[in-house]
Design a protein around this ligand. Sequence first.
Ligand code: NAD
Length: 241
Amino acid sequence: MTDLQGLRAIVTGGASGIGLATARLLAERGARVAVLDLDPGDAPLGFTADVSDDASVRAAVAAAAGALGGIDVLVNNAGIGAAGTVADNDDAQWHRVLDVNVLGIVRTTRAALPHLRASAHAAIVNTCSIAATAGLPQRALYSASKGAVLSLTLAMAADHVREGIRVNCVNPGTVDTPWVGRLLDAADDPAAERAALNARQPTGRLVSAQEVAAAIAYLASPAAASTTGTALAVDGGMQGL
Ligand code: NAD
């Protein structure tokens, strides 16, 4: 499939999990892809960036746009988790998670906007989560951050549609990435915990990073030219359950 042929894409958090799968799939489909990450690893076009640091984001986006010759697609995927109720997270933790998960998108988008405005196929895809709407227990801070990502996606879609920039998000369920691997490894019996986690999924298994990447690639592609301001669930039927 070559539906992203010639497009120039940036993926934040593109060195692991959903971001890595997305960077690879966009490249397979013909895009040229720059990865922005705290540690871009061995990405062919990798730039070190911390989305919680505006100067770092501006420098990395400028460098990536220079290397790509512009930006058509921005995938705002970098994010961090937090467990607990409102009783458990202090102000510093709230500021940190909102700074990365919400303001990270704002900073990267602000830096990329002049390039996106110059593109004939401009699309932004934000990695949100079913946590935005599902009312998950023990995830107050994380859920609030993703609720903000959902609202931000809708507001950005309205603001930029007349400039030819589409903005959508994906809402993954529980995805088999190093992030979830780290949570499982912290359990007393990781294998039993993984089995229990799989059993809680309506499909009997976790969502794969490649499945989320496929949804992101679709929303980024010209095939979705009339789709903006949507959230595409990739959650194995978890939403609303
Ligand atoms: P991951 O931990 O495997 O990968 C996240 C990547 O983001 C890492 O490469 C990390 O270095 C990078 N990153 C973290 N903070 C950063 C920062 N400040 N600046 C730049 N890069 C940074 O995680 P994942 O599971 O692939 O998650 C990716 C996104 O998907 C996140 O936004 C997460 O909230 C969302 N998500 C994940 C799941 C899941 O079950 N794994 C479910 C729903 C949504």
